[in-house]
Design a protein around this ligand. Structure first.
Ligand SMILES: Nc1ncnc2c1ncn2[C@@H]1O[C@H](COP(=O)(O)OP(=O)(O)OP(=O)(O)O)[C@@H](O)[C@H]1O
Length: 499
């Protein structure tokens, strides 16, 4: 398979087989060609050269309908859900049961969804009457999975594109159990992810792409993390985390008793040069706290000062001008101008600074933006390329580059490495360390504990909108963080056991 987009060679003569009854993971740096390969399988792109064989016979995949008819399904990263209709109607869009007069056959719809939920083992996690707008990220994904596994030709090939990025641990377990069942049924599963641990746990084989070429297929039982990283980036990444000198004593952020609709009585202090990690399970209130600090969510009570001055509340623009930056979790949806160039998207944050300080040189600012684009190794033909044409991971790097170039007094990074490849992760860790060394205060939210443990000088843990504890570098272990993240549950079950 070869695929060119103008001058960009996205895939270069890739030959790969996907055996039934096994899980093949697809790994590679951002822009290596993973999504392009999936899109050819699903009929969304036509290859420049090459063909697809199913059970030894060539199949012509001219459209998503062709792929579906052939039994090839993909679970996309961002499921398309209709907000104002029920789960059942979302699952069977296009093939809804109708009565005479084209009226929706609600009784038949309910019978069908109940049977399918039972068969797939989703009955206790997905209520058929919920509206699309009420679904969690995990539930939205389950709707996509149900679409793929119900009706029409039985699925032969199912591809998952970074399915776990917005799932909680419990939901990941449920997804893996489902994938195991698909494997047992003889389906060829393709699994795209940047999460090494997950891949080593789930996959049978690991195929690695680099610059559009297949550089190796490894047996998951015998390969190692180092081996895979070397294949992916073509070099050794000796140190992921960089140690830094100790923190200063100037308090940059001082939060007292901050309360919003979702978080209660938060006290938090971050010093110049300090990296504070914010841990907690999904729904603990970490992103809400970040958004409240950034002026994006209303604050009910409490006080926040930045460098000794009260931080304006309720106005993201004023907060940014005061020196607080937030790179939000949903970077693509919340932060990018997709039809503008990389240069526009990166310089936007610094242009504002240009307006405020008239003597800053435009060229210098642009160089700064370019520097971060280079350091994050955004894979693009030029800085004038439109952002929508970049791979997902490279789009995320552009948003990060923008904030890094801006250098606020306090930078909040919400899941900064989600969807980002190992090479760029190492670079982001280094940039965080550099910023801290320059005296920037950092608050890092991450669901990947090894990442938080490696980065943070101190870890604050949240549960149900409150902080449940704080651990310094020496005390912080995965177990200690998890114990605090589930503090209520543990004490409830312990008291239950005692009684
Ligand atoms: N529609 C398009 N127009 C132009 N170039 C494109 C288009 N789609 C993809 N590309 C380019 O093809 C290359 C491969 O992109 P692809 O999306 O397959 O990468 P990926 O491995 O999925 O990356 P990521 O991990 O970041 O999602 C990239 O250089 C990308 O910029």
């Amino acid at each position: 398979m070869t695929k060119r987009f103008g001058a960009v060679q996205a895939l270069n003569d890739v030959t790969l087989d996907l055996p039934g009854g096994s899980v093949t993971a697809l790994m590679g740096e951002n822009g290596a060609g993973k999504s392009t390969l999936l899109k050819i399988l699903t009929g969304d792109h036509r290859p420049t050269q090459g063909r697809v064989l199913l059970d030894g016979r060539p199949v012509d995949l001219r459209s998503p309908a062709d792929a579906r008819a052939a039994g090839i399904r993909i679970i996309p990263q961002e499921p398309e859900i209709v907000p104002h209709v029920s789960v059942a109607e979302n699952v069977y869009t296009g093939s809804l049961p109708r009565r005479a007069g084209r009226r929706l056959d609600r009784a038949e719809l309910r019978r069908r969804i109940t049977a399918d939920l039972d068969r797939l083992g989703f009955a206790d996690v997905l209520q058929p009457d919920l509206l699309g707008s009420q679904l969690t990220a995990a539930q939205r994904q389950l709707v996509e999975i149900m679409r793929a596994l119900t009706g029409g030709t039985a699925a032969r090939v199912i591809a998952f594109d970074e399915p776990t990025s917005s799932l909680s641990e419990h939901e990941v377990d449920a997804l893996f159990a489902l994938i195991d069942r698909l494997r047992d049924q003889g389906v060829a599963v393709v699994y795209v992810s940047h999460r090494m641990q997950e891949i080593l746990r789930l996959a049978d084989r690991i195929a690695v792409l680099r610059d559009g070429a297949l550089v190796g297929v490894r047996d998951a039982r015998t390969t190692t993390e180092d081996d895979l990283v070397r294949l992916m980036v073509g070099r050794d990444l000796s140190t992921m985390f960089v140690r830094r000198p100790v923190v200063g004593d100037r308090v940059v952020l001082d939060v007292r008793g901050l309360t919003t609709d979702r978080v209660h009585g938060i006290d938090l202090r971050i010093h110049a040069g300090e990296v504070v990690g914010l841990a907690g399970l999904i729904g603990a209130g970490r992103s809400e706290l970040a958004l409240a600090l950034a002026g994006d969510l209303p604050v009910r009570s409490g006080s926040v000062t930045l460098d000794g001055r009260p931080l304006p509340s309720g106005s993201p623009g004023a907060v940014i001008r005061a020196g607080l930056g937030l790179a939000p979790e949903e970077r693509k949806a919340q932060a990018l101008f997709l039809h503008r160039t990389i240069r526009d998207n990166t310089s936007i944050a610094v242009l504002e600074r240009l307006r405020r300080f008239r003597f800053v040189k435009r060229g210098a600012e642009r160089d700064l933006a370019q520097e971060y684009i280079d350091r994050l190794r955004v894979r693009t033909p030029s800085i004038e390329h439109e952002v929508r044409k970049l791979s997902g991971g490279n789009q995320q790097k552009v948003v990060l580059a923008r904030w890094l170039a801006r250098r606020p007094k306090l930078l909040i990074l919400d899941e900064p490495t989600r969807g980002i490849d190992v090479g760029a992760k190492a670079e982001i860790y280094r940039i965080i360390a550099d910023l801290a060394e320059q005296g920037v205060a950092l608050l890092v939210i991450s669901s990947e504990l090894p990442e938080l443990l490696g980065l943070a000088d101190r870890i604050v843990v949240m549960q149900n909108g409150r902080t449940t504890g704080e651990l310094n570098r020496a005390e912080a272990t995965e177990e200690a963080v998890l114990a605090l993240a589930m503090a209520d549950d543990i004490s409830t079950s312990a008291s239950g056991a005692a009684s």
